[in-house]
Design a binder for this molecule. Structure first.
Ligand SMILES: *Cc1c(COP(=O)(O)O)cnc(C)c1O
Length: 498
């Protein structure tokens, strides 16, 4: 199967090439030329199988230039060997008659980014071998908090790679920052940026598509790639857990094979929810995608009106991984709903970078409106939802998951649709202990980050994730904060390019 760019569909690459490159030279994103089919009988045969077996099956359909053995090596390395604290890797927890929480945070950094970033480096090194790449791959990451740590952890000391992570210095939680600035590994670098996530992401994209920079790098033996969800290798592993959740529901007798489900996702860059949409394109029976945003509600307005307008105030919220005004992966959905019209996409994306705004055609908006429902939830209601879920269901969601739970309740109230719904839970509550504690009525003020973990564990009877407790006492290795104009400068310093 080939991959094409959303801004040039004449360009055709293998999956190895698409994963190695990350972003197309034309600024577009790689998408599969067509979608493999997932039949009812496939789902039948995947129930009763392990997560790794399910992953082998789904990934094999997309990464057609990888051998079976290569894919297995990647999945076993990523999801086996006790790297995930749950044997199921992505367990599904039933909250009530219609709501099921899909816990995606049992990996080494306690956020759902591990689901993809534990396997992406393995795809990448395999892809480098297959394409005969002899340059060192430099992974550039812009992070709103969780991607950075998960990518650092995934790529640390991986041969033939270096990784540079940029995060908004005042836009991540204390725990997120501590996770990154104490990162170990000989090939890693972490830089704070004065600015927000969009500044970091825009900066990275500019560097990626700057021909002069690309040439300078190549002359020095380096080639860029991306670990952000613009990379196809980030998205494809995320399709697996939606299929896996469906299989678990069939296996547990919650639904019959063939029944429709809904999927609700706390959304930032639109990667996670897009993976769910791709699962449906393969044939997974999904009725509605519920797109949940925090106070940065650009996607809510977009799905409701068909107008994307990022010209609005940017808010820092208690769900920082969703503090985003430019959702990159939307481009992939648009490409799909406009009938793969690459010129149309170029036109819309030009408008976005010129005016910060674009409008969909009626047809495109109707197609999106049929499948997607959107809502948002501010910090106050996020905390109320944490408290209510704890009190009513005995379950403690993190701040991001709480946004999704709240928007799901709004959906239920407005539509009465009782279709069983999978709600993506994207982080461990311990990662945002401060906000979760205060939502539960425990005053965190006066306690340091690690004391807060203990308080939360006492309040909820949950175990503290070892990887967070273990940060205590680690040395800070990276405390530089730079201007977003100096991002390439810092890359050159790291790579020792004069
Ligand atoms: C990254 C992240 C999100 C947003 O996911 P997207 O794929 O960018 O939409 C939501 N919650 C958490 C905890 C995250 O780390």
């Amino acid at each position: 199967m080939n991959y094409i760019s959303t801004r040039n569909k004449a360009l055709k690459l293998t999956s190895s090439e698409a994963i190695k490159k990350g972003l197309s030279d034309d600024g577009g994103l790689f998408v599969p030329e067509s979608f493999p089919r997932l039949k009812k009988s496939d789902i039948e045969s995947l129930t009763g199988k392990s997560y790794i077996e399910r992953a082998n099956f789904i990934l094999g359909k997309f990464l057609t230039d990888f051998t079976k053995e290569e894919i297995e090596e990647c999945t076993v390395g990523a999801y086996g060997g006790g790297r995930f604290s749950s044997e199921k890797v992505a367990p599904l927890v039933k909250l009530d008659d219609s709501a099921y929480v899909l816990e995606l945070w049992h990996g080494p950094t306690c956020a759902f980014k591990d689901m993809a970033l534990q396997i992406l480096p393995r795809f990448m090194t395999t892809a480098m071998k297959k394409t005969g790449e002899d340059k060192t791959v430099v992974i550039l990451v812009a992070t709103s908090g969780d991607t950075g740590k998960a990518a650092l952890e995934g790529f640390r000391d991986v041969d033939g790679t270096k990784i540079v992570v940029f995060y908004p210095s005042d836009g991540v939680s204390d725990m997120q920052k501590l996770q990154m600035i104490t990162q170990e590994g000989g090939n890693v670098c972490v830089e704070g940026i004065r600015g927000n996530f969009d500044d970091a992401q825009t900066g990275v994209k500019k560097i990626f598509t700057n021909e002069k920079i690309i040439k300078e790098l190549a002359d020095n033996g380096f080639v860029f790639s991306s670990a952000n969800s613009i990379n196809w290798g980030r998205l494809v592993p995320q399709i697996v857990y939606y299929v896996s959740a469906y299989c678990d529901m069939v296996e547990g007798g919650e639904i019959e094979n063939g029944d429709m489900i809904n999927i609700c996702v706390p959304t930032g860059n639109f990667g996670n929810i897009l993976a769910a949409y791709y699962a449906k394109k393969m044939g997974l029976p999904v009725n509605k995608f519920i797109c949940a945003s925090n106070r940065n509600d650009v996607l809510t307005d977009f799905i409701r009106t068909g107008v994307y307008d990022k010209n609005r105030e940017f808010y820092q919220s208690i769900s920082p991984s969703m503090d985003i005004l430019i959702s990159s992966n939307l481009e992939r959905l648009l490409f799909d709903v406009c009938g793969k019209d690459d010129n149309k996409i170029k036109d819309l994306m030009d408008k976005l970078s010129r005016d910060g705004k674009y409008s969909l055609t009626k047809t495109m908006h109707n197609r999106i409106g049929k499948l997607f429902w959107a809502g948002c939830c501010d910090d106050y209601f996020t905390k109320v939802r944490i408290w209510k879920t704890f009190a009513e269901n005995g379950y403690t969601p993190d701040t991001h998951t709480a946004v999704a739970l709240d928007v799901y309740k709004q959906y239920l109230e407005q539509t009465g649709d009782m279709t069983k719904t999978v709600i993506a839970s994207t982080a461990s509550p311990f990662k945002f202990a401060n906000s979760v504690l205060s939502a539960l009525g425990v005053e965190p003020y006066g306690y340091d980050d690690f004391q807060q973990l203990v308080l939360l564990s006492e309040k909820t009877d949950m175990d503290i994730p070892e990887s967070l407790a273990g940060l205590s006492g680690k040395d800070v290795r990276f405390n530089e904060v730079i201007s977003s104009n100096d991002m390439y400068g810092s890359i050159k310093r790291v790579l020792d390019i004069k």
